[in-house]
Design a protein around this ligand. Sequence first.
Ligand code: PGD
Length: 779
Amino acid sequence: MNDAPFRFHSSHWGAFRARAQGAGLEIRPLDSDPDPSPIIHNLATALDHPARLGRPLVRRGWLADGPGPDDRRGSDSYVEMDWDRALDLAAGELARLGAGALPEAGPMPGAHVFGGSYGWSSAGRFHHAQGLLHRFLNSIFGGYVSSVNTYSSAAGEVVMEIVYGAASLMTKDAPYWDEIAEHSDMVLAFGGLPLRPMQVAPGGASAHVARAAMERAARRGCRFVCVSPLSDDLPDLPGARWIAPRPATDVALMLGMAWHLEEQDLVNRDYLARYTSGYDRFLPYLKGETDGIPKTPSWASAITGIPAATIRELAAQAAAGRTHVSVTYSLQRAENGEQPIWMALVLASMLGQGQLKGAGFTYSLGSMGDRGRRPLAVPLPRLPQGRNRVPDFIPVARISELLLHPGKAYTYKGETRHYADIRLVYWAGGNPFHHHQDLQRLTRAFARPDTIIVHDSVGTATAAHADIIFPATLTAEREDIGAAGNDPLMIPMQRLAPPFGEARDDYDIFAALARRLGCGEGYTEGLDSRGWQERIYRRTQEALARMGLPAPDFADFMRGGPVALPLSDTPSRMDRFHADPEGSALPTDSGRIEIFCPRIARAGLPGHPVWMEPEEWLGGALADRFPFQLVANQPQGKLHSQLDFGPVSMQTKRRGREVARMNPTDAARLGLAGGDTILLRNDRGGALAVLELSPRVRERVIQLSTGAWYAPRRLTPPGESREMTICVNGNPNILTSDRGASILSQGCAGQLTLVDVTKWTGEAPDPVPHRDILPRMPG
Ligand code: PGD
């Protein structure tokens, strides 16, 4: 019998309780969570998984030949090393590149260091690997070349900031789920409202509320419309409707609806006059006066494949009641990704219901578990990162460009910028060899720097492209403070297990390096991680005390249970704007919602949303060679690539490989059956997957989610004579394009790609188990 006590912990995929069970963990959701994510159970077998890293590793080629560009990265093997020697080697290389000897003024040595280190490693408020790395690089190098925006949402973030106001409007603003549950008549959900990504929230969620709110709304009679190539991008709800346009054509659909609103005089002109600017510049485009193409429902039908009558009907229904227009991240992670987000905002503005509860517009409601929830009234603990004195940055998804083309010019938000010359890449808490597009190109890019240092808990493909790898503890092996901006509980993240092997906390690794470089005091301020947690906890504790709410001391908090945090009852920014558009103007150039935006026009894009034909879509010439639209979306059984070896993730695979879903009609036409091993390919590479047939996937679409650990192999497809590079585990990012979403945002455009699909006849090559992604040799 297991009588070990349960302890509290939290992760990006939710708060939970756990206790030791043999070498693993027994995990239970919080009683207060109405819809916990099964992903919490991936941690159960993670502690001693063979993919764990227990000792520092150094790449053989780097050890033999020293720092320098090296195309053996990705295929070399590694030597285990004791901590002191590995830290000395790393510190020596950091010192060679200028660490610890900062000039009084002028360029900092960090100008040649890339520390953008994008990634979602799960942690609490302190052990956030990226934040710790930034503090470290600021301390030792005077800064680093950083990255801006996110893989999640760069195109949307950039366009929304310019035409709608600050990014905070997306994350903390109404309508809240309870308002949708009570007031909406129709939810027009572009990209659906998928529960899959809503399992996750940055910092975690103590309660997953979206499903219940949608069910309440639907029972009340609210009609949900899921506009997506996948019908399960919306949970099964009474009365819900699935509209499946050709992927990447949502803008045309919205324009067709907008045309109908104009034609039938269903536009709320008072709203447009009071709250928006530039409709008069958009209308001639809609009518076809500027380009000779009226954006009629028939025009939209030819592009989207949705009957014109349906487009008219949707527009009429939207205008007939209280309609909420929602648009997810997925639409903008694509070529011209700004346009659907902006056009959804214009459509909602034409409906003109932003001032009504449960109506209006949201961006990203269905993309994360923390959206549609009221923000907190108290500040959260936060680690100070110090000052980055290197002004240079890249839009986050331009990492390959940065490494491959130092000095090359590019544009971002209307500015011309140049890529830095990077000698060192330091990555902690992310897995670019899972998350970046065109992974073979990334391999060529990672061959360029002198040295690459990576921290991870497991031997990922990113670790397998590093020169020095430091083994990090998993969140379950450390104490931390679990909290998120829109969640009403602060969770003591109690240590669930001792560290694996010799793995160390990221903080301790950085502290040891900083000490070797003479910067120890600046980095640690004399505190260990417990000391820091106590210090940063005080900010929230004091705010709670000021409000007369229970505010336990740190030690009591860590020993006790979750602490309730108060929610803000201040009206949301959009509510304030709608109540007083002059007094609470939006932080845009005009103070209003910008339907025509001079700043975007100056940046070289059309000044209002437009339909732009992407290169990779089913209506284009490339579709003759690659007739399927690959939807590479977020996975169901894990967060990105994290804990891909966990039981919940492994259950979503077949024969150890990722599953791709296709409509049965397409499969019948191609002579494919469920369970076949298939090859998805285009000019960039190939990926093997196991086929599943599903009527929930639109015809001519194939869905292969991200997350499989990248395992490229040179293989000759059956019946062919030429080798190609194929990811045998099924990571779709070997297929996706590394182009930026546009010249404005340069965002990740990895969601939609054209591919061909064929059966892998005969014996398929084995998938590579997680433990073998990184080739290790005993020291
Ligand atoms: P994760 O798998 O979460 O992926 O990309 P991201 O790099 O965030 O990587 C986190 C890494 O941190 C893992 O390797 C994990 O083992 C490691 N880790 C966990 N805990 C610790 C720790 O305590 N310390 C350290 N040092 N490491 C730790 C996600 C990115 O992918 C995102 S956010 C999005 S939205 C994009 N989505 C798509 C998409 O939809 N389609 C395509 N084609 N591509 C995408 N890429 C993007």
